[in-house]
Design a protein around this ligand. Sequence first.
Ligand SMILES: [Zn+2]
Length: 304
Amino acid sequence: VSWELTILGTSSATPAWERFMTAQVLRTTTQTFLIDCGEGTQYQFRNYKIKTGKLGHILISHLHGDHFYGLMGLISSFQLQGRKEPLHIHAPAGLAEILTVHFRCTQFFPDFPLQFHAIDQANGQVIYDDPQLTVMAFPLRHRVPCFGFRFQEKATLRKLVPEMLPPSFPFHLMHLLKQGEDVVFEDRVYEARRVTLPPRPPKSYVFCTDTAFFEPVIDFAKGADLLYHEATFMEEHAERAFYTAHSTAKQAATIAQRAEVGQLLLGHFSIRYQHLNGLLQEARNVFPASFLAKEGEKWQIGAD
Ligand SMILES: [Zn+2]
């Protein structure tokens, strides 16, 4: 049931201080997602032994190079590795044009099915849905169209207490009980609240880069177990953050605090900072459960 996030890149604009360009892998029970694909992503796959067999969906937040220049190399490697599984790419519409020109000029066309899905809605848009979870894209405030993503597990089932049921109890009635419905079996009523335990809370992860401080994010991030929010700058560079449509660590923490998330993960660090403790302190002053994203680190999302 576990969800695991692996951080592959935390630098903004260019690589520096051993930090890579933005990319993360989120493994859920049903699907593996790559979120952004900065240059060097496939090296990080190797460095951290990321298996790509179940990687079915790539989500690109926006079309600034530091978030997607790794895509061509990755697609090319998938081809060389003999990939057969379909690959879905979700991104702002312009990427379809870039891919088309790239494939035409290089005379390279993947043999595996590659499907492009444009993200273009102004308000929340469901871009992925399966029986276990949904992924919603929502707008951020940046210099080009840019989207955040919320990965939301669907309602989980109640847990049966086996001692409360006779051995012959039918399976389909168990399923109704798990959904919270009372059932009748051999003239006896079994109340869901008596023979089952409450379900665990559904998991949620929110990814949010690149963006200026943008209040609508609070609603989209509401109650998430983990929020990744860009924190390109420290407060002393707040003006620069404003003009480049990025956030400070303090602003990221303000979003986290007002959205009442479980934990905040800071990333997309400016190359002007070799050491990041100052950023972390500024965030923790506002939201104590703040952490720095770091290449290779894994985060378990929600309770199992
Ligand atoms: Zn950007």
